[in-house]
Design a protein around this ligand. Sequence first.
Ligand SMILES: O=c1ccn([C@@H]2O[C@H](COP(=O)(O)OP(=O)(O)O[C@H]3O[C@H](CO)[C@H](O)[C@H](O)[C@H]3O)[C@@H](O)[C@H]2O)c(=O)[nH]1
Length: 247
Amino acid sequence: MNLIGRPLYEAFIREYTAKQWQTDPKELPASIISRLPVRYTYDNRYFNDTYEGLPVDGYTAWLERMADHPNITVQLDTDFFDASQPINKQAVVGQVPVVYTGPVDRYFDYAEGELSWRTLDFEQEVLPVGDFQGTSVMNYPDAGVPYTRIHEFRHFHPERDYPNDKTVIMREFSRFAERSDEPYYPVNTAADRERLLTYRGLTEGEPEVFFGGRLGTYQYLDMHMAIGAALSTVDNKLDALFAGVDA
Ligand SMILES: O=c1ccn([C@@H]2O[C@H](COP(=O)(O)OP(=O)(O)O[C@H]3O[C@H](CO)[C@H](O)[C@H](O)[C@H]3O)[C@@H](O)[C@H]2O)c(=O)[nH]1
C-alpha cells in the first residue's frame, strides 16, 4: 500500500495475491511484493536488470548439454527415499557428498511438521489464431477469473518462426501443495519460518549434504539467484571436497 497506494493495490494486487497464495497478505513476507519494481517512467519491462532473457534453445537443452559429460550419469524416476533401490538416502548420506534440491521438510520425513508450499496446475490449449494476447504473460488480477495468468509461448522467443494460424497458450492455476504435489513456491508465513529454523538446525547435522534451490532452502529464489547460489556452493564448498580426486 505504501508503494503504490490503495486504488492500484486493489486493482492489481489484492485479488491476484488472494488467488496466488490463499493466505492473508498480512501473513506473507513483504519481500513477495517488494520484488516487483515500481517506477514512474514508460519503461514497461518487468524487472530493472540490464539483461532479461532465456537460454537460446530453452532450459531443457541447456540442462541436457550441461549433463552431457562422460563423468555424469543421469538417473531419472528414482526415489531418493525408497530404500529398495541402491541410490537412497540411507545408503549414500555420509558416504559421498550429496546435493539435495528436494523439499527440506521431506528430507527429514516431516519430523518437525510440514512447511507450507504452493503448487501450480497448468491448462494448455492450442488456439486457431496467430497471436492471442500480444505478449508472453498476461496477469488476471480479478477474483472472478480462476487462473492467475496466461502464458503465450511464441512471445518468449520472438526470434523464432511460428505458424500464423496457431498459437499455444497455458493458463496457470495456484493451490496449496499436498505431499504428492510438486511444490513451486514457499509460502513462508511466520509459522513456516519458525519451523524452517528447526529444519535448518537439522541440516547442520547432516554430513556433507548440501541443500540447494527453492525447495532445499525454502527460499523464493528467482532463476538467476538459484544459478548464482549453485555456483557459489560449488566454489565455496564442493570444489574443496573434490580437490585431488581425478576427473
Ligand atoms: O499482477 C500481479 C503480479 C504480482 N502480484 C503479486 O506479486 C507477487 C510476485 O509476482 P511475480 O509475478 O513476480 O511472481 P512469480 O514468481 O509468480 O513470477 C514469475 O513470473 C514473472 C513474470 O510473470 C517473472 O518472470 C518472475 O521472475 C517469475 O518468478 C505475486 O505472488 C503476487 O502476490 C500481484 O498481486 N499482481
